[in-house]
Ligand binder design. Sequence first.
Ligand SMILES: CC(C)(COP(=O)(O)OP(=O)(O)OC[C@H]1O[C@@H](n2cnc3c(N)ncnc32)[C@H](O)[C@@H]1OP(=O)(O)O)[C@@H](O)C(=O)NCCC(=O)NCCS
Length: 182
Amino acid sequence: MMPTKRKNISKQRMVSVEKGKTYRIRLAVESDREFIDGLNYDSFKVAFQLQEAISDDEAYKKYRKIEDEDPLDPFGAGHIVFIAENEKDKAGLIWLAKREPFYVFKEPLVWIYNINIKEQHRGNGLSKILLDRAEDWAIEAGYSQIGLHVIEQNKIARTLYEHRGYEQISQHNSSCFYLKRL
Ligand SMILES: CC(C)(COP(=O)(O)OP(=O)(O)OC[C@H]1O[C@@H](n2cnc3c(N)ncnc32)[C@H](O)[C@@H]1OP(=O)(O)O)[C@@H](O)C(=O)NCCC(=O)NCCS
């Protein structure tokens, strides 16, 4: 099967991040699916292991159960993934989707399903670049709000969001829900 060609596939951005490194930000294509799944698992694993002492194998089983019960397709309607890469390597991604109001979110919004930078590329400012890209996409798509869920124990991610203007609007157990008005 031919890879799905997105309408604005040519809309790529070259970005220079901290420490003089250059990355390309582009839309994901079908051949990125394994990379997207891998980083989706990694973010679940981070969340599980910050909450309880479980092995990678146990974390993977837990992740598979959640995915199998409620599968989400990063190439489904309303979903979009941006990939950050350099000439050698895919470095990270942000996975977004358009959503109707739900829970404490009273207006349609763009939802960040995942943001994950591979360990060797962390600390270069890439996540901030990907959040900017996501917010631009949300505005271009006519949305004025962007939201996400993160666990309370994920201090690094929470600091990132709070410094980028995301406000925690609800908490349920260890689940923190953030919103940014664009
Ligand atoms: C959270 C994550 C995406 C940050 O990516 P990154 O590209 O390394 O982050 P950046 O270099 O852009 O730094 C962004 C901000 O994150 C915070 N941060 C990043 N690394 C940090 C660290 N080691 N300690 C404390 N804060 C840190 C800082 O607030 C930083 O902003 P600053 O440089 O202005 O202080 C990355 O650590 C990651 O992929 N983690 C695993 C997956 C995850 O937890 N995803 C979030 C799911 S909700």
